[in-house]
Design a protein around this ligand. Structure first.
Ligand SMILES: Cc1cc2nc3c(=O)[nH]c(=O)nc-3n(C[C@H](O)[C@H](O)[C@H](O)COP(=O)(O)O)c2cc1C
Ligand code: SF4
Length: 501
């Protein structure tokens, strides 16, 4: 019997070129003062190709150049760190020395798309997340012995001498203690640090740098956004989604008592202050968008009602577009192996962020669309009309067009489908949809992301690789960019179509 989900992946009707030309998907849209040629969009995807110092590499240029060759309306460059601190092979924008490489990136997208694709960059702040330690190392190096531990030890063992025991004796006992006993001796955060690795939260106001985030972040985001403009990006996207600092402020779990936590109005305060600082720095004519969650999908987290409220406040403040994502949180992530860091896409919330075919009967398709639709409705009711981007399991023309026809979103984001086949927009617009290499939504790519390995698609390597000049991953086993679409007819059609700039 046919698997119903797989069946849906394989079967769809593609438009003729004439039908595509009349579609909403391939019609232009305004974002702020920019005209976007069509409503196709590649959302941010970290490919793990920057240098260890966060600089743009040849592989980054080829990655984005390849997406640009498929001519989506917009490419959003991956989450790029706004601070000038080491963060592994993630792109960075926290200092002027990053500008030349980023400038080359923006101009590569322009060149490879023939000037048709607009390029934005997503900017992000994140807090410390440490790898899960060895048990011995945790108790020797990270664990802080307190009087409360001595008291719990006394209670658990009935031995009064624990009350005055030396730190070393407490550590030694805990190192050898079974997990069940540790559960009663350590507090919740200590258990988490031991079993998952230490992780900061925006509510850790006992830490000066966390307490100070509201003073620091507006300026750091604003400087990063100014660099994005200087580097030639068409816009900047503030990353307020998933497991990172700004999403932490928006979260219903944020109970800071300094006016930046608790009720929604307080939780949205810093995100709005950051926006205003950015806007002031980049000017009114520059695109500033936001990505945030329609639902955190964690216990006690923000729900769609919170997101609708945030959406209206973001629209009122003047964001030029709202891109809606879902989940992707640390709170429900699986336990990492020793030596690995917790990955926010492994629990239920992670599943909802990048849904796969291994799920309920609905499969991965369009699972976030109702969230985008509710937020769009709410901002429209409040009298605002900024475009809303929906993404999450959207991989066919039929799906995309129906979402737009129903007014559920204004723009269609496709991350993994664009990874599987960066030419899918072009093929669709040319009436060649049958040639689209369809994403199978089994998350091989996401597995690579989790291991911080160069992200590639498993489908690329099913094609022959005996072509000269094919760039390979550092493990030498995988193509680093999608295979070319060798089609003369399409090249002629692209060359003939009018370019509007
Ligand atoms: C490898 C990979 C890296 C990603 N990196 C980012 C990122 O940097 N910022 C972000 O907002 N979302 C990121 N995402 C999430 C995607 O933008 C998108 O929301 C998600 O994959 C669901 O859309 P899709 O079903 O079209 O893939 C990433 C997804 C993948 C697969
Ligand atoms: S690796 Fe799998 S889920 Fe990722 S883009 Fe390719 S087909 Fe889609």
């Amino acid at each position: 019997m046919k698997d119903p989900i797989r069946h849906r992946i394989l079967e769809t009707r593609w438009p003729t070129a004439e039908h595509a030309a009349r579609s909403i998907l391939f019609s232009p849209i305004e974002i702020g003062r920019l005209t976007i040629e069509n409503r196709t969009w590649v959302p941010a995807m970290v490919p793990w190709r920057a240098t260890g110092d966060g600089l743009v590499t040849k592989n980054i240029l080829e990655w984005y150049g390849r997406f640009a060759a498929g001519r989506p309306g917009v490419i959003v460059v991956e989450a790029t760190g706004i601070r000038d601190v080491p963060s592994g092979p993630l792109l960075r924008i926290g200092h002027d020395r990053f500008i030349p490489g980023l400038r080359e990136l923006a101009s590569t997208v322009r060149r490879e798309s023939g000037g048709r694709t607009r390029v934005f960059i997503q900017i992000i702040d994140f807090l410390a997340v440490k790898r899960r330690p060895e048990k011995d190392k945790y108790f020797d190096c990270f664990f802080v012995v307190g009087q409360s531990h001595r008291e719990r030890l006394k209670e658990a063992t009935g031995d009064e001498t624990w009350l005055s025991a030396a730190d070393g004796s407490v550590r030694e006992f805990l190192r050898a203690a079974p997990d069940s006993l540790l559960d009663s001796l350590l507090d919740e955060r200590e258990i988490e640090s031991l079993r998952f690795g230490y992780r900061e939260r925006v509510t850790d106001v006992d830490l000066a740098h966390v307490r100070d985030l509201p003073n620091v972040l507006p300026g750091v985001f604003a400087s990063a956004a100014a660099r994005a403009r200087e580097a030639g990006f068409d816009g900047v996207e503030l990353h307020y989604a998933h497991a990172y600092t700004m999403a932490g402020f928006l979260s219903a779990l944020n109970d800071r008592a300094d006016g930046y936590g608790g009720p929604r109005e307080n939780r949205v305060r810093l995100p709005l202050e950051v926006y205003r600082a950015v806007r002031e720095k980049v000017g009114g004519d520059y695109v500033v968008g936001v990505r945030f969650l329609g639902d955190e999908v964690i216990e006690g987290g923000s729900r769609i009602e919170d997101a609708m409220y945030f959406g209206v406040e973001f629209a009122r403040a003047g964001f030029d577009y709202l891109s809606i994502s879902k989940g992707g949180k640390f709170e429900d992530a699986s336990q990492p192996k020793v030596g690995h860091a917790v990955y926010p896409y492994t629990g239920r919330s992670g599943y909802e962020c990048m849904p796969t075919v291994w799920s309920d009967a609905r499969g991965p398709f369009g699972r976030n669309v109702p969230l985008a639709a509710a937020i769009r409705r709410e901002i429209n009711l409040a009298g605002f009309s900024q475009p809303v981007v929906a993404s999450g399991g959207i991989s066919t023309f039929e799906q995309a067009e129906s979402i737009l026809e129903k007014g559920e979103a204004d723009i269609i984001g496709s991350a993994r489908q664009s990874l599987a086949d960066p030419d899918w927009f072009l093929k669709t617009s040319l009436g060649r949809g049958a040639e689209v290499r369809r994403c199978e939504f089994t998350n091989y790519c996401e597995g690579l992301d989790q291991m911080h390995k160069e992200v590639t698609c498993k489908l690329w390597d099913r094609l022959p690789r005996d072509v000269q000049g094919v760039a390979m991953s550092s493990d030498t086993r995988r193509r680093l960019v999608a295979p070319p679409w060798n089609n003369k007819d399409s090249a002629a059609a692209v060359a003939d179509s009018p370019v509007e700039k």
